[in-house]
Design a protein around this ligand. Sequence first.
Ligand SMILES: CC(=O)CC(=O)C(=O)O
Ligand SMILES: [Mg+2]
Length: 218
Amino acid sequence: MSENYRNFKENGKKIIAVCRNYKGLVAAQGIQNPEKPILFMKPTSAYISEGQDIKIPLGCKLLYHEVELGVVISKRCSNISPSDASDYIGGFLLALDMTAKDFHIEAKEKSRPWFLCKGFDTSCPASGFIDKEKLSNYSDTRLWLKVDGVTKQNCSTSDMIFSVPEIISYVSKYFTLEVGDVILTGTPAGSGPVHAGQTIECGLADIAAMKFAVVELN
Ligand SMILES: CC(=O)CC(=O)C(=O)O
Ligand SMILES: [Mg+2]
């Protein structure tokens, strides 16, 4: 059987991301839980791997980190139910949804799309493929992130508002999911600024960890 999804950075066609999916984050912002998942997309050109740097995009003065659990789709599917969703999970990844926060604030104020603030080059640092057998407890696993050794995010995926199967099902009602596509499941509380010269380290329980330097564009 072809397992092209393992090489999701080369073979996947899209990265679909959910936002405001953690109870603690939504409570901290003083807003109600969303009634349905809120979605946006990142291009696959946003991927980088350990050893490459996160580059602050042109004109950005406020870059934010967001650690997230990603799900890799193993089979083409659409309109699937939450109870069938696990059949389409190939595995997982640890990812950062880097966000140009100043561009994001401007986009929200002016009702503009989020493509620039979320999709710039290097905005999706990602681990390698994690076998689904290694992460059978994906609905209650620890996600953490440190900036220069100081913990900024530390939360269990059990604090998600919409579960991984619910998210896959919802997304698949609107978008055909293809082999190697990735769904980022949202960031927990504690997202915040990072600056050139700083180092971000993050991890998924004791299963995956990765480290990235933040640098000016040139
Ligand atoms: C506004 C955001 O950056 C939301 C987001 O991406 C999230 O994960 O929550
Ligand atoms: Mg995010």
